[in-house]
Ligand binder design. Structure first.
Ligand SMILES: Cc1ncc(C[n+]2csc(CCOP(=O)(O)OP(=O)(O)O)c2C)c(N)n1
Ligand SMILES: [Mg+2]
Length: 353
């Protein structure tokens, strides 16, 4: 079964300035992922997972998010391939290197989680989870709070195609579209046609993931997620619908996975999938917006910046052992006093009686 993305019906022009900005962020996102892979291969990190190949979708998404804290701003329940989205939202790439190296200076997890597992309270970016798909049933929760609060804030959830096989995805569709209380959720699925080593064709009877929205009356669309112009227009349109109608939208972006699943599968470049950056650069060159030399120069500049950042991060401290229980939900004293199941010690989890 072949997957054919639906292209945007109307080709509204994006301004040259916007296209150049999108390109810069896509390139920076790619160079960042290349540096992270290099760090892993040099032993400056234990595991790599990320989004090289998804920049054409992830960058426009980040540019269009209304970031801030609280229900008036967008809530982000992200997948682990979202580094380019964070860059487009304004994150400093060196902090991704810190998470890779598990340094105490990592602002997202204090050096306690895998790379790509962002968590930013000030921007409503809830902690990225390694167990896949758990973000989908959480999304209606923040959307419910936003609907009650009023305003134009929406919830955005992203995840992969294979994860949609889990019941969590169905829970999201059902809870977002209840006729009694439809919710402002932009449900994104980045369909790279792989779940680690399980291919889409062997696993999915449905033609498109977006078709599953129809059963719930959810506005749904499948787009070419390798085309940044299509992505920008379609994400903007879908967001506007969710913001103003206060109803869900299911957006499936068909795109590429350029370095395999993760370091667990080698993190080596594949050559049989379309590269969104190559395609976009060719288009920018043909339209006379950027020259090859300018784009090469920009890449060299980003590479040098990231290399310098890597050197800097190598000198930064690892977290101390005594911080291991900081920011965890349970009361650490429970462990010292026989664990949560032990009776009669008078202790209970935080907030308990
Ligand atoms: C609940 C759960 N089951 C299985 C895994 C192992 N696992 C990690 S990534 C992955 C595949 C995910 O594929 P997809 O949802 O398509 O996202 P992609 O990695 O392709 O972006 C699996 C099965 C997991 N992390 N969590
Ligand atoms: Mg996938």
């Amino acid at each position: 079964m072949s997957l054919r993305p639906v292209r945007a019906a109307q080709d509204a022009e994006l301004s040259p300035e916007l296209l150049v900005q999108i390109h810069g962020l896509m390139l920076k996102g790619r160079v960042l992922e290349e540096r992270l892979i290099q760090m892993y291969k040099q032993g400056d990190g234990y595991f790599w997972i990320g989004g090289p190949g998804e920049e054409a979708f992830n960058v426009p998404l980040g540019m269009l998010i209304q970031k801030g804290r609280g229900p008036q701003y967008d809530y982000c329940h992200f997948h682990y391939r979202q580094s380019a989205t964070l860059l487009a939202m304004g994150a400093d790439p060196i902090d991704s290197l810190r998470m890779m190296k598990n340094t105490a200076t990592d602002p997202y997890t204090g050096g306690r989680n895998f790379v790509g597992h962002y968590s930013i309270r000030e921007w409503n970016v809830v902690p990225v989870s390694s167990p896949i798909e758990v973000q989908y049933p959480m999304a209606p929760g923040t959307a419910m709070a936003q609907k009650r609060a009023g305003g134009r804030g929406i919830t955005i959830v992203t995840g992969g195609d294979a994860g949609t096989a889990e019941g969590d995805f169905a829970s999201c569709l059902i809870w977002s579209s209840r006729p009694a209380n439809p919710l402002p959720v932009l449900i994104c699925v980045t369909n790279n046609k792989w779940g680690i080593s399980t291919n889409w064709q062997g696993q999915h009877g449905e033609k498109r993931v977006s078709d599953r929205g129809k059963a719930f009356g959810i506005e749904s669309k499948t787009i070419d997620g390798n085309d940044p112009e299509v992505s920008y227009r379609e994400i903007a349109a879908a967001m506007e619908y969710v913001r103003s109608e206060r109803k869900p939208f299911l957006l499936e972006a068909v795109l590429s996975r350029l370095y395999g699943h993760s370091s667990a599968s080698g993190a080596n470049r594949v050559n049989d999938e379309a590269d969104c950056l190559v395609g976009f650069e060719k288009r920018l060159e043909e339209r006379g917006l950027l020259t090859r030399a300018q784009m090469d120069e920009l890449r060299a500049q980003f590479s040098a910046e990231l290399q310098a950042a890597h050197r800097r991060v190598k000198e930064e401290p690892q977290p101390e052992g005594k911080t291991i229980f900081d920011h965890v939900f349970s009361d650490k004293n429970l462990l010292a006093h026989g664990g949560a199941g032990s009776a009669g010690d008078g202790r209970s989890p935080k907030g308990g009686a």
